[in-house]
Design a protein around this ligand. Structure first.
Ligand SMILES: C[S@@+](CC[C@H](N)C(=O)[O-])C[C@H]1O[C@@H](n2cnc3c(N)ncnc32)[C@H](O)[C@@H]1O
Ligand code: SF4
Length: 447
C-alpha cells in the first residue's frame, strides 16, 4: 500500500460542496441570491438550518486553516454581535420563509464561539429563537469550543437556549506536538469541559483530532487516541492535516522533516482506526467515528448520512443560511459566501448591506453531479449515467488497476482497499476541475 499512498497523494478537494469553492464561476448578485433563497422556501415542507461564524480566537494555533481573527481584546465582541443582529434583520425583512419554515439546526462555528461572553452568546441567539419556527422534535443546536477558553457559565447559557451538542477541539494530547502547533491544552482541561457538558445534559460530545501534524509519531498518537477513548466522546472527527502554507503562512513555521509523509500519515489514521474500532466506534464516511447510539452512526446505517460545509451530518435541510464574516450559505440552486475580509464585512453590514462576496448559481448539470458526489462521499457507491461508465473506466484507469474502485451493474463502487482514496475517486465527477487546464493551487493533498 505504501506505493499507492505516494502515487495518489495529489492535491484534491474535500468535496464539502460541488462545485468546490475555487470553481464557483456564476456568482449571483445579492438580489439574485435573495431570489434563490425565497425560491427554496416556496415549498411549504422546506426546512432550514443556521450557521454563525464567530471568528475570534485568543491565540493562533499554527496548523489552523479556518477563517479567524486573532485578538485578546474582548471589547470587540459587542460590535460583532451588533453586526450579526443587523445581518439577521436584513434577512428577516427580505426572506419571509425564515419565520414560516421549520428551523432544524443551529451551529456556532469559528474561530472559537466561546471567545464570546455568555451574555453576548445570548444576545446573538435570542432573536433567532424568538423569531423562527423551531421544530422542537427535530431541532439540534451545536457549538464548537476550545476547552481552554470555555466556562461552565457559557455552557449553561447555551444549554438553556437549546444546545445539546458540543464539539471540543483536541487535535492531539501530546505536549510536544502541542508546543509545535502553539496550542497548550492539558488533558485535565479537556476532561473538565467534557465532564461539565455531560453533567449539564449535553447529549452528544464530539472531539476533533488531527493526524499528520508535525512530529506526530505512532507511539505518541496512539496515546492521544487512548486518552480520547478514556473520555469516550460520542463522536470523533479525525481530520487529515490540511497543509496549505500558500494560504496560511503560519504553517510555514514547520520543518519539512517534522511533517509525516503520505504513507506515514495514513499509518497514523489506520492506527487510530484500529484502536477506535476495538473500543466500539464505527468509521463514518471519510474522517469520522461514532459510537453506535450516535445520530451520525444511525444515519450511516439507515443510508441518510449527509455532507455539507461543516462535514458529515445527519440532518439535511433545503437551506443552510450562514451569517458572519466568510460564512457560506447553500440552497438547492445556489451557493453564497459573505465577505471574507473582516473590516469589509463589518463596513458593509454597518451600511445596511447583505455582504455578498461571491457565490455560484448551479446549472442543472452541477446539481446532478453534486448529488452523485454526495452519494459517493456518504455511501461509497453511486449509480452512473450511461455515458459515464466508459468515461469512468478511462479517467479512473489506474484506480481500477489498483483495485480501489470497480463498476458493477451500472454503479461505481469504492472498494474496502480504496477507502483512503475517496477524494481521488470523487474527482471523476468533478467536471469543473477536469475541464480546467491549469489547476489553481488551492487544495490540500488527498491523503
Ligand atoms: C473552528 S475549530 C474548533 C473550535 C476551536 N477553535 C478549537 O480550536 O478548539 C475547527 C476544527 O478544524 C480543524 N482544523 C483546523 N485547521 C485544520 C487543518 N489545517 N487541517 C485539518 N483540520 C483543521 C481542527 O480540528 C479544529 O478543531
Ligand atoms: S484551531 Fe481553533 S483556536 Fe486554534 S486558531 Fe483555529 S479556530 Fe482558533
Amino acid at each position: 500500500m505504501t506505493d499507492l499512498f505516494a502515487k495518489y497523494d495529489v492535491p484534491a478537494p474535500r468535496y464539502t460542496s460541488y462545485p468546490t469553492v475555487p470553481f464557483w464561476t456564476d456568482s449571483p448578485t445579492t438580489e439574485q441570491w435573495l431570489d434563490e433563497l425565497n425560491k427554496a422556501f416556496d415549498d411549504e415542507a422546506a426546512t432550514w438550518s443556521l450557521y454563525f461564524h464567530l471568528p475570534f480566537c485568543e491565540s493562533l494555533c499554527t496548523f489552523c486553516a479556518c477563517n479567524t481573527v486573532i485578538t485578546r481584546d474582548h471589547r470587540r465582541e459587542e460590535g460583532y454581535v451588533d453586526r450579526l443582529s443587523t445581518e439577521w434583520n436584513l434577512y428577516l425583512d427580505r426572506v419571509p420563509g425564515l419565520r414560516k419554515r421549520s428551523l432544524l439546526g443551529l451551529h456556532l462555528g469559528g474561530g472559537t464561539p466561546t471567545f464570546f461572553a455568555a451574555e453576548n452568546l445570548e444576545r446573538i441567539l435570542r432573536p433567532i429563537i424568538e423569531n423562527t419556527r423551531v421544530d422542537a422534535d427535530r431541532f439540534e443546536a451545536s457549538v464548537e469550543v476550545h476547552p481552554g477558553h470555555t466556562t461552565r457559565e457559557q455552557l449553561v447559557t447555551l444549554h438553556h437556549l437549546g444546545f445539546t451538542r458540543i464539539s471540543i477541539g483536541v487535535q492531539d494530547f501530546d505536549p510536544e506536538v502541542q508546543r509545535l502547533v502553539n496550542r497548550h491544552q492539558p488533558y485535565e482541561v479537556t476532561k473538565s469541559i467534557t465532564d461539565i457538558a455531560r453533567e449539564l445534559g449535553y447529549m452528544s460530545v464530539n472531539y476533533d483530532l488531527i493526524y499528520g501534524l508535525p512530529r506526530q509519531i505512532p507511539g505518541g498518537f496512539a496515546k492521544t487516541v487512548e486518552k480520547t477513548i478514556e473520555l469516550r466522546p460520542d463522536r470523533i472527527a479525525l481530520y487529515s492535516f490540511a497543509r496549505v502554507p500558500w494560504i496560511k503562512p503560519a504553517q510555514r513555521s514547520y520543518k519539512d522533516e517534522d511533517i509525516p509523509v503520505a504513507g506515514e500519515k495514513r499509518a497514523l489514521y489506520e492506527l487510530a482506526r484500529e484502536l477506535l474500532e476495538a473500543a466500539g466506534y464505527s468509521e463514518i464516511g471519510m474522517d469520522h467515528f461514532a459510537l453506535p447510539h450516535d445520530g451520525i452512526a444511525r444515519a450511516q446505517r439507515e443510508g441518510t448520512l449527509h455532507r455539507n460545509f461543516q462535514g458529515y451530518t445527519e440532518t439535511r435541510t433545503n437551506v443552510l443560511l450562514g451569517l458572519g464574516v466568510s460564512a457560506i450559505s447553500e440552497t438547492p440552486t445556489c451557493f453564497h459566501q459573505n465577505e471574507k475580509a473582516f473590516p469589509v464585512y463589518e463596513r458593509r453590514v454597518r451600511e445596511g448591506e447583505i455582504p455578498t462576496f461571491r457565490g455560484h448559481l448551479l446549472t442543472e448539470e452541477d446539481r446532478r453531479l453534486r448529488e452523485q458526489i454526495l452519494t459517493f462521499m456518504t455511501r461509497f457507491e453511486v449509480e452512473l449515467r450511461l455515458e459515464q461508465a466508459e468515461d469512468a473506466r478511462a479517467f479512473l484507469d489506474s484506480m481500477f488497476d489498483d483495485q480501489l474502485v470497480e463498476v458493477r451493474d451500472g454503479k461505481l463502487f469504492l472498494t474496502e482497499r480504496g477507502r483512503p482514496f475517496l477524494r481521488n475517486a470523487c474527482m471523476f465527477f468533478d467536471q469543473r476541475l477536469r475541464q480546467q487546464e491549469q489547476r489553481p493551487r488551492v487544495f490540500s493533498q488527498a491523503l
